[in-house]
Write a protein that binds this ligand. Structure first.
Ligand code: AMP
Length: 546
């Protein structure tokens, strides 16, 4: 039998490995004067950033960093972090973006597991690092990141301070080529049980993810992301490379704003002052911003916020609309780099009314270019596009973590049958939009019927007195499980559990939910527990309720 014909190559033909450094060609010609802004502290041009990436690489190489070394960063979102996104992998080294919101013991675990050799640390995290440093097995050098003039007192001995190291390094660095499948990044995701799990991405994966996300947001959208816009992440850079958007924004030559530590006032002021047009965040962060007193004074219209990481409740989407903010969902996970789907509206929906459009913008959307997404039953049979048949989402795409780092058992489960198992339950409607009803772990099964905690949260969020809601299943002798709900009220608003139940009773009468879906237990609370990346922490709520 004949075989495919591998292309011929001229002796001197360049095979062009998909390396992160290749993302910098276009912006340096297209937008060299474009700005990168750090809080209200620093402004640089793309040209300056480019030089700083070279200087950083030279400085790290002088510190002994080379191919295969792991370089950890502990920082808030900054222009320096952006420079690390490029310089570290471009050296052939691996960028470990440390989740600084984990507990000190978990951070210690991840840094030892990753075998970090060099650590770049923002002075705010020095107390944390000093506490765990004696138990860090592999770290040889610490590099200080600071906005202060003077070096802070620390028990750690620094190899150098970032800005001084850059100033002393040569303005040009020769970045060598290497295999595009070389590992570029590594970070950890916390599961329901056990130690954090490491996920990792190659240069090729990050380049392809950048192209596909850029094409989706720029090409498939009604008013696409383009180089005239202004981008600010509101998802930390340690969490899945801020969803890959710093790479996309740089490639498109977009003005980028890095807000440092997430303080609502600073974020809102930057949106206003710098004219931010595009951000992304988890719903709870959007909620925090829109309920801040400053948000009531500013004009936030013209801001588009892509929501992912958790379902966007309808009540919150309506609040965003009241501020003139465009919101739509995306879906993905740490293991998937992360973007899998985005809820863009198809052209025939562009003149629909806002509420009708929201029905689709509040789904997870449809797969972005190159993503092969299936929703199948437990036997692996694909389910019909009827909006009702629910099963697990499995995927294939060029940018999925090929396993969990040094965790063969977890890797095997993740990739059972040759498709990545997301652990998310969803259905697809006739338009092809994916609607997630729950994580497998969060599914509520009451009297043989599945109740979607996400749907319930979205309905409860529409009660006029409700600010935030979380729905979980609690054990019930008769029904197996019954839904229970935690509710935070709007400031100054009054409602008791009966009001919430009556409100949901209205949806029962309309036939939109079954009467079993109405939580028998409704707790009005001051605050809903959140995870290290700001999502509702259902694991903790279940423990507390038990
Ligand atoms: P993480 O790995 O921490 O980013 O979490 C990924 C998980 O967040 C997914 O497996 C989903 O359960 C959840 N998730 C992400 N995006 C959405 C979305 N748009 N709607 C509902 N759940 C989501």
């Amino acid at each position: 039998m004949k075989q495919t014909r591998i292309i011929e190559r001229a002796e001197e033909a360049y095979a062009y490995p998909l390396l992160i450094k290749q993302l910098l060609h276009t912006p340096m010609h297209w937008a060299p004067q474009q700005e990168i802004v750090y809080r209200d502290i620093k402004r640089l041009t793309y040209r300056e950033m480019y030089e700083r990436i070279h200087r950083l690489a030279g400085a790290l190489a002088a510190a002994g960093v080379g191919p295969g070394d792991v370089v950890a960063v502990l920082d808030w979102d900054s222009h320096r972090y952006l420079e690390c996104f490029y310089a570290v992998p471009m050296l052939g080294a691996i960028l470990h973006t440390v989740n600084i919101r984990l507990s000190p013991e978990q951070i210690l675990f991840t840094m030892n597991h990753a075998e970090d050799a060099v650590v770049l640390v923002n002075d705010e995290f020095l107390p944390l690092l000093e506490e765990i440093a004696p138990r860090l097995d592999t770290v040889g050098k610490y590099i200080l990141l600071t906005d202060q003039e003077e070096t802070p007192d620390s028990g750690l001995e620094f190899w150098g301070e970032y800005e001084q190291m850059l100033a002393a390094a040569p303005a040009e660095f020769e970045f060598a080529d290497f295999d595009e499948n070389s590992q570029a990044t590594l970070f950890y995701t916390t599961g329901t049980t056990g130690d954090p799990k490491g996920v990792y991405f190659s240069h090729r994966q990050l380049v392809l993810h950048t192209l596909a996300v850029g094409m989706t947001l720029g090409g498939l959208a009604q008013s696409g992301l383009n180089s005239g816009q202004v981008y600010m992440p509101v998802t930390p850079m340690f969490h899945v490379h801020a969803w890959g958007m710093p790479f996309v924004s740089t490639l498109l030559g977009i003005k980028q704003i890095y807000p440092g530590r997430y303080e609502p006032e600073m974020l809102l002021k930057l949106v206003d002052k710098e004219g931010v047009t595009f951000s992304h965040c988890v719903p709870t962060i959007l909620h925090m911003l829109l309920t801040d007193p400053l948000a009531q004074e500013l004009d936030l219209s013209g801001w588009t916020v892509n929501i992912g990481g958790a379902a966007l409740p309808r009540g919150l989407a309506k609040l965003a609309h009241q501020h003139g903010i465009t919101v739509y969902q995306g879906y993905g996970m740490s293991e998937t780099c992360p973007v899998l789907t985005v809820a863009m509206l198809k052209p025939h929906m562009w003149d629909w009314d806002v509420q009708q459009q929201l029905d689709y913008q509040l789904t997870a959307g449809f797969p972005i270019p190159l993503v092969d997404l299936q929703i199948s039953d437990p036997q692996g049979e694909e389910l019909p596009l009827d909006g009702a048949s629910a099963g697990e989402i499995t995927v294939r795409a060029p940018w999925l973590s090929q396993g969990y780092y040094k965790n063969p058992g977890g890797s095997k489960d993740l990739w059972a049958g040759g498709r990545l198992h997301t652990g998310d339950i969803a259905a697809r409607d006739a338009e092809g939009y994916v609607k997630i009803s729950d994580r497998l772990k969060d599914v509520i099964k009451s009297g043989g019927e599945w109740i979607s905690s996400l749907d319930m949260e979205s309905l409860i969020s529409q009660h006029p007195a409700v600010s935030e809601a979380a729905v979980i299943g609690i054990p019930d002798e008769k029904w197996g499980e019954r839904p229970a709900c935690l509710v935070v009220l709007q400031p100054g608003a009054e409602a008791d559990p009966g009001d919430i139940q009556d409100f949901l009773g209205g949806f029962v009468e309309q036939g939109r939910i079954s009467k079993w879906a109405v939580p028998r237990t409704v707790l009005i609370v001051e605050e809903i527990p959140k995870t290290s990346v700001g999502k509702i922490d259902k694991k903790l709520i279940r423990r507390q309720m038990a």
